[in-house]
Structure formats: structure tokens, C-alpha cells
Design a protein around this ligand. Structure first.
Ligand code: DGJ
Length: 723
């Protein structure tokens, strides 16, 4: 619900309230974001004459009003606020001050959409548009707020228009600013590296600016664009926690600053580093969307808001809610070395175990016999696959399996027909040797003719056979970001234009192939974000398939993203990445809390393992809805040595408690796991073997059997009796 009264803007969701105000001089001041509360929070604004905190001239409030000390809604720079700004611009006269003042607002039914950019949807949502203008330069901003009331989600986006008569260059166009009139908060960021993504790091917000971001052209394996602020004592179940996700997949910055007066500011948006965007008079730039949620049920409550909103309001298309197939991916089984017969044999063994989809990964096209060639040539390598994809898909289909394919549209190898024909299509700086990544170059997708040529090839191949799934990969960071299509002086636009080009292609793909289940991928989880989830309901979480490492990767990922978005597979042992050998059951339990599949050669499994595979798939199918759509609780941090998590049906009729022990120790202590949020009064049967009340289970716990061996997995299926 959006209320506008006396220049006070109050956005209520079911359990939260967000409020800001325009003061008499048109300054937009932030007053409150937190658990739902009625009231006029302008009473929290405090004014004082502070040394070195400037005052706008000709104000009645005189020296007690300073943008440097007040919580703001969309802060600029150059006119008195020295904290980290969300908007910066350079004007024709060389000046760089921006002073946006309130002009008017509109409340609309439904949620705004953003042309060419991903965004949450919400038929029952409302939009508040607030129009600001700089009286000196004519620069204006339309602040957009989407209120998804039942989902407890508030989204923001900004359209910036040059209302002056000369060009303006934006040097920073952030999406979100959240000011808190308090300094006692923790920040949690999700950091890592290739094959070890989104590991949570929590620390108190310290004086000054702390930031994470990416300049790699992709969200990155190193830092995620989802961040959390919370009470120092917030736990999984208590305290206030705020999450902020950027609905974007390119360069970003998320910065928190604790100011001199112990206020905290969070800003998030496209990274200003290297960014600039020139607006001719009348032109508009749209900053990507950011989504915010707040919960007073701790980090768990905050995560569940994002999980539900991503599933219901971000993921689109027929696969958003349809049960996803259990797949066999050929990558770790074959890498580049396969024949059609071998793939069919593997598919046959997989079909026997209950697999529903065979995904042919890298290596099926051009001269792709290793990772040094072939990218850009999206036609079938008939030496490996005589007759093309159609006969292979048919043979796989005859086994009862759907057929899926891997692609990497943004890339080109120097050793490819595409590159030989169009060397100028790759991102390169003329006169400078190219910087390589995985021996490949990035195509300049800011240019429509480049996108069109790649898309035409892809359409042909995707229409050549019965293809039901596509894995869209992307395997290097962007360098030499320079586009032949941009005039000199506009290079700062290239990275964002490239991202818009990728989105354009993804949009066309989802429109033209609605029946294809799309899985995002970027060397695993290098582009795991809400931007990609708008186009593909699942993303390959990490190139690390080791179940022990996956416990931590999936734990970290779960803070912002649902199980139904996390690609997870059982792979062979010793594991390809860590050389660790974990029990088959453990690998299954971990992968089941993701979009389940296998990444091994099923022909090489022992008869016992094949039988285990069959029963794992049957169990996954039986518990599908609970596993994929159940409300998620992180019961422990896997770094504690015991990993435990729980999925619960919204009506609490059943829950699944998943446990993986750590390294075993001789003569070890007994372990107990404590389920959460059960119906306290009800009686639950545990694995059909014994029963107790919800209260007894939650507070007394479930005693774990003392099994010998490292990383032992257990699942406890709690079913409410009489349900
Ligand atoms: C990186 C992906 O994450 C892997 O799963 C695999 O598809 C390879 N690329 C193929 O080159």
C-alpha cells in the first residue's frame, strides 16, 4: 500500500514499512525502513549546527540543515553531502554538482517495467514514481518504487533525463540508497572465487566506506551483488535483517559507509568505476532495478522473502513453476571427447536409473576438440555427431529422455570461422594486443549486427532438433572493453551496453523458445544474480561439484536465492575439483537441495551405485515440492563442522531436515539437530519410524546416530500425523 500525504511517502508491505519525505525545500529525506509501523517518522530527523557540514544557501533552517548529516533518499554529490553518492554527473561547463529537488509524484496500479532490463513483476503491485529536478541544470530523475505488498518486497529503479540544452555525462548512476540513522549494524557479503562462490562474510560496519563489486563485466565469482545489513545480534531466527539484491549481471558496486555521526548508508548499482554515459538533451538513462526486503525474523526470515519473491515474481515462463527434469550432464563424463554412440549409451544407463533429460555439454560444434577453438561456430561437428543433432536427439528421445544442449553465445575463439570472417567483432582495443581468458575473446554484443549473426546461427541449430533445455554458459571476464560502434569519449558506456545486448538476446531467446528450459551459467556461478533469474529459472551454482564444498557454496547462495534456482549435480569420485571421495548418498542429499542432476558417466557406476541412483531419483521425485519450494531454514553454518538445513511445507504439514556431518573424530561427542518452525502442538512422525510433538522435536532436537566416517548424510522426513 502506498500512502502519500503532506509530502510524506509511506510504502507498506504486509510486514514492513518504508518511508521518506520531501521537505519544504524539495530535499528528499529518508525517514524509516523496518518492521511494519504506522506513524510519521519525520520526528526522527534531527538537526544541528555541525562544523564543516555545509548548508544550502537561503534556507530558513540556516545552519542546522545539512545534507551531510541527514538521511537521504537519492543523494548526489557536490552540494554538501560528502558520503558515498548514488548519482554523479559532469556538465558541459565542466561542473559536477547535482542538486535534485522534489517536483511531483504519481501512484500507479501495477508494477513498472524497465525497457531492456530485467525486473520483478507483480500484477497486484503498486508503483510510486517520484520526480526530482535540478533547477540549475535541468537534470531530472524519476525514482520508481515497486511495492509487492504480499511478498514484503520493495523494488527501486531510476530514470535519469537530461532536461538541459547541452549534453550531460553521468559518471555514477546508482540504483539504491538506504540510509539508516544508526551505526550499529553488521554487513554480510558473499565472496569467493571460481569454484568457491558466495561464501558469507559478516562483520560490523566500520567507520568509512567498505565496498564489494565487480569490474569484470559480469557479477563475478568474487563478490555477489546481493548484500545484507542486520542487527549486530541478528541470528537466523531473530533480529532485524535487510537484504538488497541488484537485478543486474554486469559491473556493480555495493558500498556501505558508516559516517561521522554513526549513520549507515548502503548504496548499490552499476559500478561507477570506468562507467560514464552521455545524455544528449532530452535523452534518458535507466539504472537497473534493486530489490529490498526486511524481516524481524532474522536472516532466515529475510531469505525466505527473497526465495518466494524470486520464484513468484522474477522467474518467468512455463518453466518457472513446472517440475524441472532430473538431468544427466555430459561435461565431467566426457569433456570434449565423445561420440554419438557413447552419449546414447550413457543416456541409456541414465534412463534406467530414472534420469529425464540428457544434456550434451561443450564440444558438439565447429572444430571444438578442446577449449582453445571453435567458439562462435554454432554448427554441429559432424565428425562427432554424423547427421547433426536431430538423429541424436531422436535416439535419446527413444530412450524416454528429453535432449538438452550447451551454448556460449557471447564468446569467440581466434581459431573459428566467425573470427576469421569478423575479427573486428571481438572486444579489442585497436593497436593493443588482446587479453585472453580461457584462450577466447568476448564478442561485442553492444552491436546489434554481432548479436543478430550469433542468434541466427543459434536459432538454426536449436530448430534443427527436438531440444528441450539449453545451458547458456559464459567463461571469461571482460577485458579490453572498447567498442568500435561507440564514438570517442563514450567508451565508459561499452560495458553496460554490452550487458544490455546480452539481455536483448536472452529476451529474444525466451520469447522465441518458450518451451526450452534455460539454465544460466558462467563458469559455474560467476553470473548468479537476479538479472539472470529473470530469463532462466535456474543457474549452475558452481563448477565445483564436490559435495563438501557445495555445502558451503549452497549455504551462502541460500541467503539470497532459492533452492529451485541452484543447479546441483551428483558427480563421480574422487571429485574432479578436490579429489575428495564422499559417499554417494551424501552427494545425493546435497544435490537434491538444488535442481537435481548427475554429472558422471553412469556406465561406470557399480551395480550398487546404480541402484542408489535409482532410489535417489525416486526420493527426489517423491519429495520434489518440499525440496524445491519448501520454506528454507539454515539450521547450522557448515563451517561449524555440522551442516544442517530444513525445508518446510508452508502449512507445516511436513518438513525435511537434511544433515551432513563433518570430519569424524575418534570417540566423538553426540550430535543433535534442532528443527524449526514446526507446528508445536502437532505430532510428527520421523521417517515413519518414531513420533513426537513439534515442540519436542524443536526444543529437544533429533539425536543423530553416531556414524563413523567423514561427511555422512542423513535426512529426516517429518510428517504431521493426521495431516
Ligand atoms: C563451464 C561450465 O560451468 C561447465 O559446467 C562446463 O559447461 C564448461 N564450462 C564447458 O566448457
Amino acid at each position: 500500500m502506498i500512502q502519500v500525504k503532506d509530502s510524506l511517502f509511506t510504502l507498506h508491505t504486509a510486514h514492513t514499512t518504508y518511508q521518506f519525505a520531501a521537505d519544504g525545500n524539495g530535499f528528499l529525506l529518508h525517514t524509516y525502513y523496518g518492521p511494519r509501523a504506522e506513524g510519521d517518522f519525520r520526528r526522527l530527523l534531527r538537526f544541528a549546527d555541525r562544523g564543516f557540514s555545509p548548508n544550502p544557501n537561503a534556507l530558513a533552517d540556516g545552519r542546522v540543515f545539512s545534507l551531510d548529516t541527514l538521511p537521504q533518499e537519492y543523494p548526489a554529490s557536490g552540494v554538501g553531502d560528502f558520503r558515498v553518492p548514488v548519482i554523479e554527473a559532469r556538465f558541459a561547463d565542466g561542473s559536477a554538482a547535482v542538486d535534485l529537488r522534489f517536483e511531483r509524484c504519481e501512484v500507479r496500479k501495477g508494477k513498472y517495467a524497465l525497457e531492456g532490463l530485467p525486473a520483478f513483476r507483480g500484477d497486484d503491485a503498486e508503483t510510486l514514481a517520484v520526480y526530482l529536478r535540478d533547477p540549475c541544470t535541468g537534470l531530472s530523475a524519476e525514482l520508481l518504487y515497486g511495492v509487492l505488498e504480499d511478498s514484503d518486497l520493495i523494488t527501486r529503479a531510476v530514470r535519469i533525463t537530461n532536461g538541459g540544452s547541452a549534453p550531460v555525462t553521468l559518471t555514477n548512476a546508482g540504483s539504491l540508497c538506504l540510509d539508516f540513522a544508526r551505526g550499529d549494524m553488521d554487513v554480510i557479503t558473499f565472496d569467493g572465487r571460481h569454484t568457491m562462490e558466495r561464501i558469507p562474510h559478516r562483520r560490523a560496519v566500520a567507520p568509512g566506506v567498505q565496498s564489494v563489486g565487480s569490474g569484470r563485466g559480469i557479477t563475478s565469482h568474487q563478490h555477489n551483488n546481493f548484500v545484507v545489513l542486520c542487527d549486530h545480534d541478528a541470528t537466523e531466527t531473530s533480529g532485524v535483517a535487510y537484504g538488497a539484491a541488484l537485478v543486474y549481471s554486469g559491473n556493480f558496486r555495493a558500498a556501505v559507509e558508516r559516517s561521522q555521526f554513526d549513520h549507515i548508508r548502503l548504496v548499490s548499482g552499476i559500478s561507477p568505476q570506468g562507467f560514464s554515459w552521455t545524455l544528449a538533451p532530452g535523452e534518458t538513462f535507466t539504472a537497473p532495478e534493486a530489490a529490498m526486503a526486511c524481516s524481524n525474523e532474522g536472516l532466515g526470515g529475510m531469505s525466505r522473502i527473497f526465495h518466494a519473491a524470486i520464484r513468484s515474481h522474477l522467474c518467468r515462463g512455463e518453466w518457472a513453476h513446472k517440475p524441472r527434469p532430473v538431468l544427466l550432464n555430459t561435461w565431467e563424463a566426457f569433456y570434449f571427447d565423445f561420440t554419438a554412440d557413447e552419449v546414447v549409451e550413457a543416456a541409456k544407463a541414465a534412463a534406467d536409473a530414472g534420469v529425464e533429460l540428457l544434456v550434451l555439454d561443450d564440444g558438439w560444434f565447429g572444430n571444438r576438440c578442446d577449449d582453445r577453438r571453435g567458439l562462435g561456430d554454432w554448427f554441429v561437428n559432424e565428425e562427432k555427431l554424423p547427421g547433426g543433432l536431430a538423429p541424436l536427439a531422436k535416439r535419446i528421445g527413444d530412450l524416454g529422455l528429453a535432449f538438452g544442449l550447451w551454448i556460449e553465445p557471447e564468446m569467440v575463439s581466434e581459431d573459428s570461422e566467425l573470427y576469421r570472417a569478423h575479427p573486428d567483432w571481438a572486444l579489442r582495443i585497436p593497436g593493443r594486443p588482446a587479453t585472453m581468458g580461457r584462450s577466447q575473446l568476448v564478442l561485442d554484443f553492444s552491436r546489434p549486427e554481432v548479436r543478430d549473426a550469433v542468434y541466427a546461427q543459434l536459432c538454426k541449430v536449436l530448430r534443427s532438433a527436438d531440444i528441450r533445455y539449453v545451458k547458456w554458459d559464459m567463461n571469461r571476464s571482460l577485458t579490453d572493453v572498447w567498442s568500435a560502434a561507440l564514438p570517442a569519449g563514450r567508451e565508459g558506456e561499452a560495458a553496460h551496453r554490452w550487458m544490455l545486448g546480452v539481455y536483448d538476446l536472452l529476451e529474444r531467446f525466451t520469447r522465441d523458445f518458450p518451451h526450452i528450459l534455460l539454465e544460466g551459467c558462467c563458469g559455474g556461478g560467476g553470473r548468479f544474480d537476479c538479472g539472470i533469474l529473470y530469463y532462466s529459472p535456474q543457474i549452475w551454482t558452481s563448477d565445483n561439484t564436490d559435495a563438501a564444498d557445495r555445502l558451503l557454496i549452497q549455504y551462502g547462495t541460500s541467503f539470497g536465492y532459492p533452492v529451485s534456482a541452484m543447479g546441483a549435480h551428483v558427480s563421480a569420485v574422487p571429485n574432479e575439483q578436490t579429489h575428495r571421495t564422499l559417499p554417494f548418498e551424501t552427494r545425493g542429499v546435497v544435490a537434491m537441495s538444488g535442481t537435481f542432476g548427475y554429472e558422471l558417466d553412469p556406465r561406470k557406476l557399480t551395480p550398487e551405485e546404480r541402484a542408489d541412483m535409482r532410489s535417489q531419483i525416486a526420493r527426489f521425485r517423491e519429495l520434489y515440492d518440499l525440496l524445491q519450494n519448501g520454506e528454507y531454514d539454515r539450521l547450522t553454518d557448515p563451517r561449524s563442522g555440522l551442516a544442517a538445513w530444513q525445508q518446510t511445507a508452508p502449512d507445516k504439514s511436513e518438513a525435511l531436515v537434511n544433515v551432513v556431518t563433518g570430519l569424524t573424530r575418534s570417540n566423538d561427542a553426540f550430535l543433535t539437530v534442532y528443527p524449526r518452525r514446526l507446528d508445536a502442538e502437532a505430532v510428527y512422525s520421523v521417517n515413519g519410524e518414531w513420533s513426537d510433538t513439534g515442540a519436542a522435536l524443536m526444543y529437544g532436537g533429533i539425536p543423530l546416530p553416531q556414524e563413523k566416517g567423514d561427511f555422512r548424510a542423513m535426512q529426516f522426513h517429518l510428517v504431521r500425523e493426521g495431516a
